[in-house]
Design a protein around this ligand. Structure first.
Ligand code: GAF
Length: 393
């Protein structure tokens, strides 16, 4: 039985098999697909009001969601084999997976959207902890379902903001907006150029004939990720505050240039300087990368990806030995045009641009060499770029 049939049958068994024992359902369940994301370039720029270049992918969370006639919330996490039962009137963090759903419900309520009780079974194909944003996909999927079930008429970008707030306020991770935005707003065969200050965005067709986007999963997830993520945010903010004493007009690192950093921070605050310099340079790399893609110059784009990885590893220091090894191995393969770590860091995946004719050799070599150097297996996934969160039926 495929995953969608398993989820549907689990929903039927739990919530429809014995209707007499359950409250009356107020409508048929709906089935939703909410994808994970990749980001081609522009890492740790979103919370600095910079640019990102993500896309939704063919790895997703699927949700079967149906309304209830009471105020209860019944969830089944199919892949974890876990259940949650609670009430709309009692939304407090559980510090478990259920918070991704409860957080969204809570933010909908706080924003004045009237939601009722509901049942939800979800599962997916996004490997957890691989840095492909399974949590953003789940939050978006729940928000999308509530919008449909209770006819709330919320625009997509507004749902993205509610998902981000759920993660920031309820789950407690101070993430930027990129992951939710990419998962909800993705468009097949296009990347999204998103300005994280204004939330203006454009879709750029991904014209990479003969080139595949390959993810290599390091199979590492360091516990550092949340605390170090928050530390990096704080370091960027502290750099901005320092520079504001010289340039009061500055609002974020988006407004900062390298000469400003060189003049005021390099000698006095070397660590903060390195963090801020990475962000300022990464924003520029993204803009250069977009210009390169516009003229189909994938070679230049690939070099910018290597530059991004160097910055993330040495200046922003959010990589780890395993990610560095994956990029180093990739860089030695003639058919690889660019590679870098992706997402928050400290584990997860690298993203690689690989010529199709070199895919077989790439897979062989990276699998063998990664195992030899780290003792770990890597897992490769060739991505297709797909539409954002949507209703299947
Ligand atoms: C994580 C966060 F969730 C994003 O907001 C972004 O900051 C990313 O790390 C780094 O670019 O995925």
């Amino acid at each position: 039985m495929n995953l969608l049939s398993q989820l549907t049958s689990s929903f039927q068994k739990a919530f429809e098999a014995n209707p007499a024992a359950l409250p009356r359902q107020t409508g048929s369940p709906i089935l939703i697909c909410s994808p994970g994301r990749v980001n081609l370039i522009g890492e740790h720029t979103d919370y600095n009001e910079g640019f990102v270049l993500p896309a939704a992918i063919d790895k997703a969370i699927y949700l079967v969601v149906g309304p209830r006639s009471d105020n209860e919330l019944h969830f089944i996490a199919h892949d974890l084999n876990k259940t949650y039962q609670g009430s709309l009137t009692d939304l407090i963090p559980t510090h478990t997976w259920a918070d991704y759903l409860l957080g969204v419900v809570s933010q909908f309520q706080l924003a004045g959207h009237k939601v009722g009780g509901f049942n939800c079974v979800f599962g997916g194909t996004i490997p957890m902890g691989s840095g492909l944003s399974s949590s953003a996909a789940l939050e978006n999927g729940v928000g999308f379902a509530l919008n449909e079930l209770f006819s709330l008429g919320i625009e997509r970008v507004a749902m993205v903001k509610l998902s981000q707030r759920a993660e920031n306020e309820f789950v407690g991770a101070k993430v930027g907006i990129m992951d939710m935005f990419a998962s909800m707003m993705g468009k097949a065969d296009h990347v999204i150029k998103l300005d994280c200050r204004s939330l203006d965005y454009t879709y750029a067709p991904l014209r990479m004939d003969g080139i595949s986007i390959v993810l290599c999963d390091s199979r590492v997830k360091h516990s550092l990720v949340t605390s170090e993520y928050n530390t990096r945010r704080a370091q960027c903010e502290s750099g901005v505050r320092f520079l504001q004493t010289f340039y009061p007009e500055i609002k974020s690192l988006r407004d900062v240039t390298m000469p400003m950093l060189d003049q005021h921070l390099r000698d006095t605050e070397p660590l903060i300087y390195r963090r801020c310099a990475y962000v300022v340079q990464e924003n520029q790399r993204l803009l250069d990368g977009v210009s390169a893609l516009e003229v189909d110059d994938i070679i230049t784009f690939g070099q910018l990806m290597y530059g991004s990885h160097e910055g993330l590893s040495h200046w922003y220091e959010v990589s780890c030995p395993e990610l560095d090894i994956l990029v180093e191995i990739a860089r030695q393969q003639p058919g690889v045009l660019g590679a870098r770590m992706m997402g928050g860091g400290f584990g997860g995946c690298t993203i690689n641009l690989v010529r199709e004719e070199a895919l077989g050799d790439f897979e062989n070599l990276i699998t063998k060499q990664y195992k030899a150097r780290t003792g770990k297996d890597t897992y490769l996934h060739i991505c297709k770029i797909q539409d954002g969160t949507h209703l299947i039926s």
